[in-house]
Design a protein around this ligand. Structure first.
Ligand SMILES: Nc1nc2c(c(=O)[nH]1)N[C@H]1C(S)=C(S)[C@@H](COP(=O)(O)O)O[C@H]1N2
Ligand SMILES: [Mo]
Length: 378
């Protein structure tokens, strides 16, 4: 990447995500439906034009280590630790239980990192490290019930088959990807162990044959290639919730402390008009549209601005917003001629609205401050 291109990324970061969007000169077919953010391990971003596509091959991929080979025939999920009944379950054992299918958003905690100033370390995601799929599996709570969790369970650690050493900050040699969640979230209806994504068996890159799907929480909790669960009598202090995926909490006692990243924050993304593109005003065109989601909450409203946030107007939601899911929105706002700074902001049903500016306490995660879209209307 040349310096000027990198500068472009910093000053107009959305231009990078807009690649491939040009409608008049659109290629016949895109060879690679996703944008490569890292080659090995492969990390892939959904282009803005395909955000919330229902196709699995357009769903972003975030993997810390190489994809492990897990044979579904010999696969076993172990449930152990603070339990009365240690389990070893095959895929068939799980499929014999009562299964559920749910549409749930998965968003990486680093989604939008390219918009941070100053630049933060880590994968430089635009808006596309998010997607929604139909997931089929069993509630984790039902599996924990069979394992007869003992009284006083403090956390449930989900462990993947993938493994590697991280240099900075250094891990104690090669470790598995893992994540602990509090017992209450582990038992919640929206926390699933899934084998199907969009009615097809999970692909290797999305965690085949079994992954966790912790609805409403950022993606790091949704452990792929899941083959081991350990119930602890206290919260877990593993790498991916202390040195990684943690943010500063400022309790009233004035003692800031790092806490694990948890729930997805409200966010609205503008997909049309695309950034950096000259808009021609014609009859029947104009307005703004996109998607919004709010983690464990429903979206109460989306508002848009065409003047950099001086004035706001309400957008229409295409459907009733549900918790854990994204909703499409549209505004018929008239876009006047000239260079414009477009904004959209989401408010959840608890009244939490996206902040205009970045909260540095969130380090390089939970990125949901307002990101302007610069366009020119002629
Ligand atoms: N075993 C394992 N699980 C994992 C990861 C990983 O690297 N290894 N990455 C996590 C992160 S950070 C995210 S955002 C999601 C991404 O899921 P996807 O690749 O299916 O989109 O998987 C999570 N589960
Ligand atoms: Mo992530």
């Amino acid at each position: 990447m040349s310096l000027s291109r990198r500068e472009l990324l910093r000053t107009a970061p959305l231009a990078a995500v807009a690649v491939g969007l040009s409608s008049r000169f659109a290629p016949v077919a895109r060879a690679e439906p996703l944008v490569v953010r890292m080659n090995e391990p492969r990390n892939l971003e959904t282009p803005l034009s395909d955000l919330f596509s229902k196709e699995t091959d357009k769903f972003f991929v975030r993997s810390h280590f190489a994809v492990p080979e897990v044979d579904p025939k010999t696969f076993k999920l172990t449930v152990e630790g603070h339990v009365g009944n240690k389990l070893e379950l095959t895929l068939d054992d799980l499929k014999k239980m009562e299964s559920v299918s749910r549409e749930i958003v998965l968003e990486c905690a680093g989604n939008g990192r390219v918009f941070l100033v100053p630049q933060a370390r880590g994968l430089q995601w635009g808006h596309g490290a998010v997607g929604q799929a139909k997931w089929t599996g069993v509630p984790l709570g039902a599996v924990l019930e069979r394992a007869k969790v003992k009284a006083g369970a403090g956390g449930v650690v989900l462990i993947g088959a993938d493994k590697g050493a991280i240099a900075e900050p250094a891990t104690p040699g090669a470790i598995h990807f893992d994540r602990g969640i509090p017992f209450a979230k582990a038992k919640a209806d929206e926390t699933l162990l899934v084998w199907n994504m969009n009615d097809e068996p999970l692909t290797a890159s999305h965690g085949a044959p079994l992954r966790a799907l912790v609805g409403g929480w950022y993606g790091m909790a949704s452990v792929k290639w899941l083959n081991r669960i350990v119930v602890l009598d206290k919260p877990y202090g593993g790498f991916f919730q202390t040195l990684d995926y943690s943010v500063w909490d400022r309790p009233k006692d004035g003692l800031p402390q790092l806490v694990p990243v948890t729930a997805i924050q409200p966010k609205a993304v503008i997909t049309s008009p695309p950034p950096g593109v000259v808009q021609l005003v014609r009859k029947g065109t104009g307005g703004m549209s996109g998607y919004a989601w709010a983690g464990e909450r429903a979206v109460a409203k989306v508002e848009v601005s065409a003047d950099g946030g001086k004035t706001w107007s309400a957008a229409k939601l295409w459907a009733k917003s549900e918790p854990f899911q994204a909703v499409e929105w549209r505004s018929d706002i008239v876009l006047p001629r000239g260079p414009l700074t477009l904004l959209a902001r989401c408010t959840d049903d608890k009244g939490n609205t996206q902040a205009a500016t970045r909260d540095a306490d969130r380090r390089s995660y939970m990125i949901n401050h307002l990101v302007p879209v610069e366009v020119a209307v002629k």
